[in-house]
Design a protein around this ligand. Structure first.
Ligand code: NAP
Length: 436
């Protein structure tokens, strides 16, 4: 399979690394060439693809719209956005797609950022903003405010989208990010201008989360400002990997596992990767974590043990009220989330605070270990579990209360209904990017 990336300046691109990893993992004989093309050479490059020089291509700045006139067919979302980032050759025809659209959605999903009913503030009215606003509008956002340096000038480009949510274009003088998810779709802060930020730290007070589409540097000045304000901060690396895997699905004509996306993301993420185990008390997180870590030669961080070693016995800590314990647990969880290439076993209630889970997702694959309740009831030591007072009913009640949270805040579910070695093998497959 011969693939290309078409663009103007490509020396900082991560795409070659990502696509070559895909070829390697899936045992595909393929090449991915970086093709820097001048405007005057665009037509002949597109003809070269048609004539068989490549089986498909990605398209980046500044050609995402310019290629439209050489495309024979166009997918629904690419048509809506008016931009193509992936081209497939099918029966001699060039078909254009926009995988940034779903890649953006996958990035929000991976980081547990809800779209339904949420208000968004988007900075920068370029091509990336148009794609992501279409995605937000198609997926239940409540309201989107788009900030531009010149709202009048960019209005026409956004008029042709049909909106299922509130939408307005606003000047920066009216900036209001409180209770909104902020998305930076400007290049401000990108390498080498790493000291720049499109907004000041103080503007982020009360913001729900910050998503910076930039992935180089991996932590932009804007993301550092978000952390200063205790706001979740996400970079654009997951989107980059996800849009690449979506393009591979088109070229290979098959669905690829989300485990593959996560594996590549975790591998190229400079912060490394953690395996995070969540689930009910008694589901086996600690013992599985210990054995998994030993099998993969990784360190093991058990959050409950960390709390006991640093603050004392858990049942005793609960005497001060559950909220006081949860505050300590959050402190310990954020400490654990900062580890790299570590297996992390969490306490059963870690999912009760979203900030725990967004911190753990930043550089970790979160695995829900689901265990039949009968097994939990048989094995559990009720003396050390403050929320379980000794009978099956209390286990069932807690499970009912928590199961939706375990589902919501995990990337993968593994059922622990057999031997520990079976569970560990399944987790190892997830970790290597394989299908379960
Ligand atoms: P773009 O067209 O170059 O810029 C987007 C908009 O940003 C411009 O239209 C402009 O809007 C605003 N802007 C540009 N320079 C600015 C400055 N100095 N100060 C303030 N605002 C400025 O880029 P794009 O293609 O839309 O991409 C935007 C960003 O997303 C880039 O950093 C790109 O690398 C990133 N991106 C990431 C992924 C990913 O997979 N993670 C995918 C696509 C794009 P106004 O003139 O209206 O203010």
């Amino acid at each position: 399979m011969k693939l290309a990336l078409l663009g103007r300046k490509l020396s900082h691109s991560f795409s070659k690394q990502i696509h070559e990893m895909v070829f390697d993992i899936l045992n595909i004989k393929g090449t991915y060439s970086l093709c820097e093309v001048k405007q005057s050479e665009l037509e002949s490059f597109m003809q070269d693809i048609k004539d068989g020089a490549f089986d498909g291509a990605n398209v980046t700045i500044p050609y995402k719209s310019a290629v439209l006139e050489y495309i024979d067919e166009i997918s629904e979302e690419a048509k809506k956005i008016g931009a193509v980032n992936s081209i497939d050759k099918s029966n001699g025809k060039l078909v254009g797609y926009n995988t940034d659209y779903s890649g953006f959605g996958e990035m929000l999903k991976h980081n547990f950022i809800d779209i339904k009913g949420t208000d968004f503030a988007v900075l920068g009215a370029g091509g990336a903003a148009k794609g992501l606003i279409a995605y937000l509008s198609d997926n239940g956002a409540k309201n989107v405010e788009l900030y531009s340096r010149d709202p009048k000038k960019v209005k026409k480009a956004f008029d042709d989208l049909s909106y299922n949510c509130g939408f307005s274009i606003v000047p920066y003088s009216k900036l209001n990010i409180k209770n909104r998810v902020l998305i930076n779709a400007t290049p401000v802060g990108m390498y080498p201008d790493v000291e720049k930020s499109p907004v000041a730290s103080i503007d982020l007070e009360g913001c729900v989360a910050v998503v910076d589409l930039i992935y180089n540097p991996s932590k932009t000045r804007l993301m550092k400002f978000a952390e200063e304000q205790n706001v979740q901060a996400v970079n654009g690396l997951y989107m980059l990997v996800s849009q690449a895997i979506k393009a591979q699905e088109i070229w290979q004509r098959k669905i690829l596992s989300e485990n593959l996306t996560r594996y590549i993301y975790n591998t190229i993420n400079p912060k490394g990767q953690n395996i995070v185990l969540i689930g009910m008390p008694g589901c086996g997180k600690s013992i599985i974590g210990e054995k998994l870590a030993s099998s993969l030669s990784m360190p093991h961080f058990d959050i409950d043990s960390y709390i006991i070693n640093n603050y004392g016995d858990i049942a005793h800590l609960f005497d001060g009220g559950e909220e006081a314990f949860r505050a300590l647990e959050t402190r310990a969880t954020k400490h654990a989330a900062n580890e790299t290439n570590t297996v992390i076993s969490t306490g059963g209630g870690v999912v009760t605070r979203k900030e725990n889970m967004t911190a753990l997702a930043e550089n970790g694959t979160i695995i829900f270990i689901d265990r039949p309740l009968d097994h939990i009831v048989d094995d559990i030591d009720h003396d050390t579990r403050p929320l379980l007072d000794g009978d099956r009913r209390s286990v069932e009640k807690l499970y009912k209360k928590r199961v939706d949270l375990y589902d919501k805040y995990s990337h993968v579910k593994v059922v622990n209904d057999g031997t520990l070695s079976k569970v560990i093998k399944q987790i190892e497959r997830v970790w290597k990017g394989e299908e379960l």
